[in-house]
Design a binder for this molecule. Structure first.
Ligand code: PLP
Length: 395
C-alpha cells in the first residue's frame, strides 16, 4: 500500500503566518515534537529553547510567569504552579531538609499553617509560629538551624501588617531566608523583592486572575540556585499548572490594575460607611487611621490599602445568619479577589477549628465578617451592607 502522508494521524505542522495573533494562543499540548535526537539534546542542554513535556514547562505558563516577574521585579523567571498551595509546598517541601527549622507568621493562611504544624514536623523539620510584627520575638525564635521565615504582608482575616522591613534586616543579619506570600497585597501595593525578601509567593487564584474560575500559584526566588531548585522540585512533584488555567489567568491579569484600583477605592468607601452604621462595633481596614498598624501600612503600602476589610456586628450566630441572608445578592463564600464582593465568616469557616475562647482572644466573634470588595457600584454596595447590618441587629 502506498504511504500516503494524509493517512497519518498528525501529518501537518501548524499553518505558518507572517503576522502573529494578538491574543495568546492556548497550547494544551502535553508533548512537543522535535526534529531529531540531536535537536532534543540541544534542548535539554539549553543550547536551543524548545518545550518538551508540559510538566516541565509550556508556553501559557511562561506567559503568566513573565507577566508576574515584571510585576514583582523578580530577577529570574518564576515558577507557575497549579495552585497557591502548590507554590507554598514548593518552598516548604522543596527547600528544606530534615533537621532544619522554619518560622511562620502566626496568622498565615490556614492551609499554610497546617503544612507547618502537621507536615513539616512529620518530615523532621521543626516549626515555630511567631507574630510577624514583633521583631524581638522573631529574633528570639531564630535557631542555628533556622532555614526560613514565612510571612504574609497583611494577615487574614485580622488584617495586621507585618514588619517586613524589620524582618528583611533580621534575615539578612542572620542568614535566614525571608519568604513573603504577597497574595492579599499584590505587587500593586508592595513588591517584597524591593524590600529585601528572598522568595515571593502568590495564590494567583485570587486578585491576580480575579474571576474565581482559575486555580494557580507562582513562586520566584532572588537567588538563581534557589529559583532553579524551586523549578526542579515543582517539575518532579508535578506541581505544574494546566495551560487553560494559565490562559484564563493571563486574560484576567490584563485588567488587574483597573480591577484592583476600583475595588480598593470602594473598600475605602465601604469601610467608612460601615464605621458609621449602628450595630457595627469595629471596622478593620489598614487605610483607616484607627487601624493599629495604620502607620506601618502607610509606610509599606504607598497608599494602596487593598480591597480587604473586616468588621464586627454586635450580635451572635443568629445575627450572623440574618446578615448573610439579607446580603444574599453578594456571595457568602470563603475566597477573595473575585470580581464580585464576597463575604466570609471565620467563626464558621477558616477558624472553626479553634475554641470559641481562642477565637474571642483573636477578636473573631460570631459577629466578625471579612469582606473582599469587588467591582459593584460603590453606593449600591454600601446600601446592601446597610440593609444587611440592620437585619442582623434586629435578629
Ligand atoms: N496564600 C494565601 C494568602 C491565601 O489566601 C491562599 C488561599 O486562600 C493561598 C495561599 C492558597 O492558594 P490556593 O487556594 O490558590 O491554593
Amino acid at each position: 500500500m502506498k504511504n500516503e502522508k494524509g493517512s497519518l494521524i498528525r501529518p501537518d505542522a501548524l499553518p505558518s503566518s507572517a503576522s502573529r495573533p494578538v491574543v495568546t494562543p492556548l497550547s494544551p499540548s502535553v508533548v512537543y515534537a522535535s526534529d531529531t535526537p540531536d535537536m532534543l539534546d540541544q534542548q535539554y542542554e539549553g543550547g536551543l529553547h524548545g518545550y518538551t513535556y508540559a510538566r516541565e514547562g509550556h508556553p501559557n505558563a511562561d506567559v503568566v510567569a513573565k507577566r508576574l516577574d515584571r510585576m514583582e521585579g523578580a530577577p529570574h523567571m518564576g515558577v507557575v504552579t497549579a495552585s497557591g498551595m502548590a507554590a507554598v509546598s514548593a518552598v516548604l517541601l522543596g527547600l528544606t531538609t530534615s533537621g532544619e527549622h522554619v518560622i511562620g507568621g502566626n496568622q498565615l493562611y490556614g492551609r499554610s499553617l497546617r503544612m507547618m504544624n502537621e507536615d513539616l514536623p512529620r518530615l523532621g523539620i521543626a516549626t515555630s509560629m511567631v507574630d510577624p510584627g514583633d521583631i524581638a520575638a522573631m529574633r528570639a525564635a531564630i535557631r542555628p538551624e533556622t532555614r526560613m521565615i514565612v510571612i504574609e504582608v497583611v494577615s487574614n482575616p485580622t488584617l495586621m501588617v507585618a514588619d517586613i522591613k524589620g524582618l528583611a534586616a533580621l534575615c539578612k543579619e542572620t542568614g535566614v531566608l525571608l519568604v513573603v506570600d504577597n497574595t492579599f497585597t499584590t505587587p500593586r501595593a508592595i513588591r517584597p523583592f524591593d524590600l529585601g525578601a528572598d522568595i515571593v509567593i502568590h495564590s494567583v487564584t485570587k486578585l491576580l486572575a480575579g474571576h474565581s474560575d482559575v486555580m494557580l500559584g507562582y513562586v520566584a526566588a532572588r537567588d538563581v540556585a534557589l529559583n532553579d531548585r524551586l523549578r526542579v522540585f515543582s517539575v518532579t512533584a508535578g506541581l505544574n499548572p494546566s495551560p487553560f488555567d494559565c490562559w484564563l489567568a493571563e486574560r484576567g491579569m490584563l485588567s488587574f490594575d483597573l480591577r484592583f484600583d476600583r475595588a480598593q477605592a470602594t473598600a475605602v468607601q465601604l469601610a467608612d460607611h460601615l464605621a458609621g452604621l449602628p450595630g457595627v462595633t469595629r471596622v478593620i481596614y489598614p487605610g483607616r487611621a484607627d487601624h493599629p498598624d495604620h502607620a506601618r501600612a502607610s509606610d509599606l503600602l504607598g497608599g494602596q490599602f487593598c480591597n480587604m476589610l473586616s468588621f464586627v456586628i454586635d450580635g451572635d450566630r443568629a445575627a450572623a445568619n440574618a446578615f448573610t441572608r439579607a446580603a444574599d445578592g453578594l456571595s457568602f463564600a470563603p475566597t477573595l479577589g473575585d470580581v464580585g464582593t464576597t463575604i466570609s465568616h471565620p467563626a464558621s469557616s477558616s477558624h472553626r477549628a479553634l475554641t470559641a475562647e481562642n477565637r474571642e482572644a483573636l477578636g473573631m466573634t460570631e459577629g466578625f465578617f471579612r469582606v473582599s470588595v469587588g467591582l459593584e457600584d460603590p453606593d449600591a454596595l454600601c446600601a446592601v451592607f446597610s440593609d444587611a447590618v440592620a437585619a442582623a441587629i434586629q435578629a
